[in-house]
Design a protein around this ligand. Structure first.
Ligand code: ZN
Ligand code: MN
Length: 492
């Protein structure tokens, strides 16, 4: 291909503050009956006055910090005027020339994607289109929105998708938004133009709307690259900005309108709100609110616990899962100290860390996570406490249970939350839980099948399989087949 894509994103994120942006209305209206979390302010009645929600300001600054932006010392709100039925005032309170955050960047695969700005505004009402009419739900009107605009620096559809996914994770880690794209908490418009490879000039961009999932963002951009490349080939490259809508079912973008210029909105300062002065004290307070970022946590997980990059990613992709894993590891460290091993706490940990951490990663990522997913529950709601999960891992670590048995115990723990040792006792799994009793069982089987043993020694592969089958029957499937094979070979 002779052309390179130039992609920029405009993202709106709903903040889950307690109340709305400019009134005291409950901000959880998405789960409520339509038009029940509303008041004269957010329905745009004449004579009402907006009041700034300080939590929304704090959170905008917080995200600005996490995204390495410059926090304004002085900022203000402006009116963006346009008419639409979901906007009862006839204007949206937004920010124009003095956004609360300017610049910043987010690193994706070692590339810094620079940001233009981050500002605060209010969400509009929700239109519900029926066959012959349109209904309006004002519950959403006035929800705080964080608008994040990137510079046109994204190079591929995949990078755009990764950028959005990382942004979602950041919002969740800082606890400011669920950032669920399917629920409209995170909404994205993508701008894209092409240019000859290596060029610097920007060409008129196409804005794609109606992108409701990460996949849609990626697919729409891929489609648009192909469509625009063809236009370039035919000497018909876009000469002016245009807005197109993504049709997910058909997999195409459809022309909607040519883009309004900023002046069409007749921006002017909001006269009903005082400008914002953001002082040192407030900045320091917010700095203390800042939680570890997903990126920092991935790095720390790799360094501190020596998780490999896939393990770090899998564990940190869900904040609750990363908490859980860390609590389990901390419990295991404490447990190690009860074993009366020689050395300092640090030495004991170092000695056992690698194997224990591997077990934790494997059992949380591949097993526990799967059970949680299949049962449609959340990790933070499960009945297995980190302490009991740690005990469970310690049993595997000490070879007290095989992985077959461990899987069964884990499923039971998930249902009841019980102590793994109690489960073993209750279910009478204990006699098969150690290698020694297995060894005795195997010796017995060997003794009573001299002919088969002879065959095995002559090199008949089937013979071993027969013995394994006998052992599985004898142990009622409680033992791990691989362990049986290994032990059998050893004894024979
Ligand atoms: Zn209200
Ligand atoms: Mn906006």
């Amino acid at each position: 291909m002779k052309y390179e894509p130039v992609i920029g994103l405009e993202i709106h994120i709903q903040l889950k503050t307690k109340s709305k942006m400019f009134c005291a209305c409950d901000n959880t209206g998405e789960d409520k009956e339509p038009n029940t979390t509303i008041c004269p302010i957010c329905t745009g009645q004449p004579g009402t006055l907006p009041v700034i929600n300080n939590q929304a300001i704090d959170w905008a600054i917080l995200i600005g910090m996490v995204l390495n932006g410059k926090i304004a010392k002085f900022s203000k709100f402006d009116r963006k005027n346009y008419f639409y039925p979901d906007l009862p005032k006839g204007y949206q309170i937004s920010q124009y020339d003095l956004p609360i955050v300017s610049g910043g960047y987010l690193e994706i695969n070692n590339r810094k994607i620079k940001l233009e700005r981050i500002h605060l505004e209010e969400d509009a009402a929700k239109l519900i289109h029926k066959k012959n009419s349109t209904l309006i739900d004002f519950n959403r009107a006035g929800t705080p929105l964080l608008e994040i605009v990137t510079k046109p620096e994204i190079k591929t559809p995949q990078e755009a998708k990764l950028f959005l996914q990382e942004l979602r994770l950041i919002m969740r880690y800082q606890g400011v938004s669920c950032a669920d794209m399917e629920k409209g908490h995170l909404r994205c418009d993508a701008n894209i133009s092409l240019r000859p490879i290596g060029g610097k000039k920007l060409y008129p961009k196409i804005e794609i709307k109606n992108l409701n999932s990460f996949k849609a963002v990626e697919r729409a951009l891929e489609y648009e690259i192909k469509r625009q490349a063809k236009l370039w080939e035919e000497n018909k490259a876009p000469k002016e900005q245009e807005t197109r809508g993504w049709d997910d079912a058909k997999g195409v973008t459809i022309e909607q309108r040519t883009k309004e210029e900023a002046s069409d909105y007749r921006y002017f300062p909001e006269p009903d709100l005082p400008p914002l002065k953001i002082g040192e004290e407030r900045i320091n307070k917010i700095k203390r609110m800042k939680r570890e970022t997903p990126q920092a946590k991935r790095k720390r997980f790799a360094e501190e616990y020596e998780f490999n990059s896939e393990e770090s990613k899998a564990l940190t992709d869900d904040r609750d899962l990363s908490y859980y894993a860390e609590q389990v590891i901390s419990e295991l460290r404490t447990w190690l100290l009860t074993l009366g091993l020689e050395g300092t706490e640090e030495e004991i940990w170092k000695e056992n860390k690698r194997k224990l951490v591997k077990l934790v990663a494997n059992w949380i990522i591949n097993r526990l996570n799967k059970i949680v997913d299949e049962s449609d529950s959340l990790i933070k709601e499960i009945k297995i406490t980190p302490a009991r999960f740690a005990k469970f891992i310690s049993l595997i670590y000490q070879n007290k249970i095989t992985s077959n048995l461990a899987q069964r115990i884990l499923e039971k723990m998930f249902k009841t939350g019980s102590d793994p040792e109690h489960i073993i006792e209750e279910d009478d799994l204990t006699q098969m839980s150690d290698e020694k009793s297995l060894q005795e069982t195997l010796k017995k089987i060997i003794k009573s099948n001299p002919k088969v043993v002879e065959d095995y020694k002559k090199g008949k592969a089937n013979a071993l399989q027969f013995l394994v089958g006998q052992a599985m029957k004898e142990t009622k499937g409680k033992m791990d087949a691989r362990q049986i094979v290994n032990l059998l070979k050893e004894i024979l």
